[in-house]
Design a protein around this ligand. Sequence first.
Ligand code: PHE
Length: 333
Amino acid sequence: MDPLTALAQFESEGLAAIAAATDAAALEQVRIQFLGKKQGRLKDLQSVVGKATPEERPVVGKRFNEAKDRVTEALEARLNEVAKPKIAATAIDLTLPGVPTDFGRLHPLTQTMREFREIMARFGFEVVDGPELEDEPHNFNALNIPLDHPARDPLDNFYLAAACTAHGKPVLMRSQTSTVQIRVMEHRPPPVRVISIGRVYRPDDIDATHHVMFHQMEGLMIGPDVTMASLKSVLKMFAAAYLGGDTEVRFRPSFFPFTEPSVEVDVRWKGGWLELGGAGVVDPNVLQAVGYNPEEVGGFAFGLGIARFCMLRHGIDDIRLFYQNDIRFLKQF
Ligand code: PHE
C-alpha cells in the first residue's frame, strides 16, 4: 500500500473509532491502538513513511504529521465530551427565560399607620395598644357616656351575643379608640403622652366614605399645663408633617361626652375643608373615673380617622378600595 493511502486509512479509521467510543476507558483503548508509542498503528506508519522515495518524502512527511494531529485532537475533544455529566432529557431547560417574581408591598393603610407612629414618636408620644373586644366600662362608662346616651344603642354597636360573654357582662367590638385612654390612665400616674392606632367597629351602610370597620389614631396628653393650645400645636405639627408644611388646620366647636370643650378638626384641602376627627380637653369626670385629680392635671385627647389622611395624600376617592384586596389598586403604593 502506498504511504498516502495508508495514512488516509489510518486517519479515517481512527476518527471513526473515536466517534464510536462512549467513555474514557474505550477512548484509552483507541489511543493505544492508534497512537500508542510502542506498537500502535502510528508506529507502524513511521516505517512506511521511512520507505518513501526522496521525492515523495516532503509530501508524505507533511501528511503524516497532519493525520497524527487530527486523530490526536479528535481524541482529546471526544474525551472532554464524554467527561461532561449527562443531563437527563427531562431536566430543566437552562436557556428558558426565568419566571419574574412579584414583590409584595405594605398596604397603603399600613404605610400610613407606620408613618403616623413615626411622626408622633418625634413629638415624644409613646405608642400603646388596647383590645378590640371591649366591655361597657371602657367603651362608655369611664368615658362619661351616660346609660341613656344614644351612642350606646345596640343598633349602633357590634355587641356580642350574651352567650358569648364570660361573666354575663355585655361585650362589644370597640366603637372608638378612646377606650385606650382609659386603659392607659387606669394603670399609670400622670404625666401621659401616648398614641394608639387601631381598628374600630360601627354598624353603618357601606359606601365611598363609610365602612363598618375603620382605623383611628387616638392621642392623649396629660400633665399640669396641658391645654387646648397644646392640642392645637400638636395637631398643626402633625398635619404639617404628614400632609405638607403649609397645611392649614381649623377647629370647629363640637360635643363629645369625654371632652369639654370639644372640637372637630378640619384641614384645608384643594380649596375646601376636610374633617379629620374629633378632639378636645379631657373632661374632669373622665380624669376622676381613673383616679386622677382634675385640680392637679389636665390634658387633651384626639381621635383621627386614618383612612381620611391616606385618601387625601394619595387622591383615593373610595374607602372600599382599601378592603377589596385588588392587586391592581394595591400595587400603586
Ligand atoms: N372618639 C371620638 C370618635 O370616635 C373622637 C374623639 C377622640 C373625640 C378623643 C375627642 C377626643 O369620634
